[in-house]
Design a protein around this ligand. Structure first.
Ligand code: ATP
Ligand code: MG
Length: 281
């Protein structure tokens, strides 16, 4: 098969082997303002290049999925956005990440303040060994929040679809919750400081299907208020919950980035179709 199959070829075997359903919502990414943009982003760990010249506009109040095989640079890309890569000594970033009218790598950007506006949720739920209330209030304390903390804790737990399950046990440890509840607690912690963007790195891959499905529903709701950028290995999940999908392939190259329905139903690149249909990766 050639690199650019004809539409005839496409109609006979397009996506096709995976029974993905796209479009769980009626949002479109058209004409949205850009929340985060990368310009000629290159990232290296020592001599090894992990992201290769990626320029990408990520729309606000939409869910953007980053997919691609293991080691293609998805986590690296995500961590560039709120400068979590700063913590990795051998990591070097070139190019720009525009957010809030600035390049986040400008010398006068405070990474702590940046991470308040761009929160993050990790693969493995990582609540602190503290009470549920203190987990959620954690970021508020750091930012010197002077509003009503209990009210904000409640709002955040409601926003993370966890309030009803924990409202009578706010003083018990976050670690006593189930895995799925812990992940929603981490989401509550991430939204408490009222960020604009939430980065999620495989947030459901450590969860059972029921807990994962709750988080998926939650992500859909979160996009009403936040820009969500999510890494996932689960094609069905990307297809279900995202509005835009970026496909990275080996070497940290962004090979295709488009509306999710387009990527899953009629991708331009044969390599993308092969990846999505499980021919490699
Ligand atoms: N802290 C690090 N130090 C050195 N190299 C790293 C580090 N983190 C990632 N890399 C390398 O950068 C490349 C991209 O890694 P990254 O973790 O971003 O990929 P990924 O797409 O998130 O993979 P996965 O799907 O397995 O999570 C890989 O070659 C990896 O070995
Ligand atoms: Mg990763």
């Amino acid at each position: 098969m050639s690199n650019t199959p004809s539409s005839d070829t496409r109609s006979s075997d397009s996506l096709i082997t995976t029974d993905v359903e796209t479009g769980s919502n009626d949002r479109t990414a058209e004409s949205r303002a850009t929340a985060v943009a990368t310009r000629d982003l290159n990232v290296y760990y020592g001599d090894e290049q992990a992201i290769d010249d990626v320029s990408m506009d990520i729309p606000e109040n939409r869910v953007t999925a980053l997919i691609g095989p293991s080691g293609c640079g998805k986590s690296t890309f995500l961590r560039c956005i709120n400068r979590m890569n700063d913590m990795i000594e051998v990591c070097r970033v070139e190019g720009e990440v525009e957010f809030g009218g600035k390049n986040v790598y400008d010398a006068d950007v405070d990474p702590v303040a940046l991470r308040r506006r761009i929160g993050m949720v990790f693969q493995k739920p990582n609540p602190f060994p503290k009470s549920i209330r203190d987990n959620v209030a954690y970021g508020l304390k750091i930012q010197g929040f002077d509003g009503d903390v209990d009210e904000r804790v409640e709002e955040s737990l409601k926003g993370a679809a966890l309030w009803d399950e924990v409202k009578d046990q706010l003083d018990s440890s976050g670690l006593d919750l189930s895995g799925g509840q812990q992940q929603r607690l981490c989401i509550a912690r991430a939204i408490a400081p009222d960020p604009e963007v939430i980065l999620m790195d495989e947030p459901t891959s450590a969860l059972d299907p029921v807990a994962a499905s709750k988080i998926e529903d939650l992500i859909d709701d979160l996009a009403e208020e936040y820009t969500v950028i999510i890494v996932t290995h689960n094609m069905q999940q990307a297809a279900r919950i995202s509005d835009r999908t970026a496909v990275f392939l080996t070497g940290g190259r962004l090979v295709e980035y488009d509306d999710t329905a387009k990527i899953f139903e009629d991708p331009e690149e044969q390599r993308v179709e092969d990846y999505i249909t499980g021919k490699f990766g």
